[in-house]
Design a protein around this ligand. Structure first.
Ligand SMILES: Cc1cc2nc3c(=O)[nH]c(=O)nc-3n(C[C@H](O)[C@H](O)[C@H](O)COP(=O)(O)OP(=O)(O)OC[C@H]3O[C@@H](n4cnc5c(N)ncnc54)[C@H](O)[C@@H]3O)c2cc1C
Length: 245
């Protein structure tokens, strides 16, 4: 793998252990929103690196939305980083979790748990999804209200796009007035998800989902019962998936 030296330009802490690093990394080849890069550090026992979805479109400064995994190997180092610190960034992005590889449809569902929001922030910062779909629903499942990151930008998109954009926060460990309570799958089962989105799941939807593997498996199976299938190049469907672990 080829690496370039990245420098942290800004750190935003959304909640304890939940943060965005804005990293200046010249020399990263052009990539599409939804793709991921590797972030790495050199350690005595070798180079330690992990993939991270880029939360911004291609540019010299790249955003990464990261959660500290307490027992993890790399994230405790990333969490300690601050402005001016350096790390390695791979020069070539990878992955096919992109709008160009997704099926055509009228409605785009973007469903995330936790930091699975990152690729959608990158996509929504470009014109493509706003031009391509008549409606976009962004579902973000988190444990606590404080984990609902990127609120200022989401509020801006809601104000700019009106009914074309529905933001559906889903909080599992507390009750909040502006959010659904429980897990995403629970809210699909009881009808509250589609009701808050103002939009049912139909076969004329593209459903992107990213994050926790348990949520992904359960949601794929529940949507399967509604006639939605995984999208494959030779067998078109509606569902496109990115697994974080
Ligand atoms: C394509 C892809 C894109 C990714 N993009 C992101 C991203 O944008 N932001 C991000 O924070 N992580 C992302 N990840 C996960 C990331 O690569 C690391 O696995 C994670 O940061 C943990 O690294 P670690 O070395 O600290 O933990 P490790 O020692 O590698 O431990 C891995 C364990 O950490 C847990 N874990 C991993 N990722 C997460 C997560 N996001 N939330 C909660 N628990 C997790 C799982 O239990 C996993 O088994 C992505 C993974 C993939 C495959």
């Amino acid at each position: 793998m080829k690496w370039t030296r990245g420098v942290v330009e800004k750190k935003t802490i959304w909640a304890d252990g939940l943060f965005t690093l804005e990293i200046r990394a010249p020399g990263v080849a052009h990539f599409e929103p939804g793709q991921f890069l590797q972030l790495g550090i050199e350690r005595e026992d070798g180079h330690l690196h992990r993939p991270y979805s880029v939360a911004s479109p291609h540019g010299e400064v790249l955003d990464f939305f990261i959660v500290l995994v307490e027992e993890g190997r790399l994230t405790p180092h990333l969490w300690k980083m601050d402005v001016g610190d350096q790390l390695d960034v791979s020069t070539r992005a990878a992955g096919s979790f992109t709008l160009s590889k997704s099926p055509s449809a009228s409605v785009l569902w973007l469903i995330a748990t936790g930091t699975g929001l990152a690729p959608y922030i990158a996509m929504l910062r470009t014109r493509t999804p706003w031009q391509r779909y008549s409606k976009i629903v962004l579902v973000h499942g988190v444990r606590h209200g404080t984990d609902l990151a990127y609120q200022p930008e989401l509020a801006q998109w809601s104000a700019m796009h009106g009914e074309k954009f529905a933001y559906v926060p889903v909080v599992s460990r507390e009750q909040l007035e502006a959010a659904l309570s429980g897990r995403i799958t629970h809210c699909l089962a009881n009808g509250s998800l589609e009701s808050m989105a103002g939009q049912p799941f139909t076969t004329d939807c593209c459903v992107m989902m990213c994050g926790n593997p348990d949520m992904l498996n359960e949601l794929i199976s529940m949507l399967g019962e509604r006639g939605l299938r995984k999208h494959k190049s030779k067998e078109p469907g509606q569902i496109v998936v990115e697994r974080y672990w």
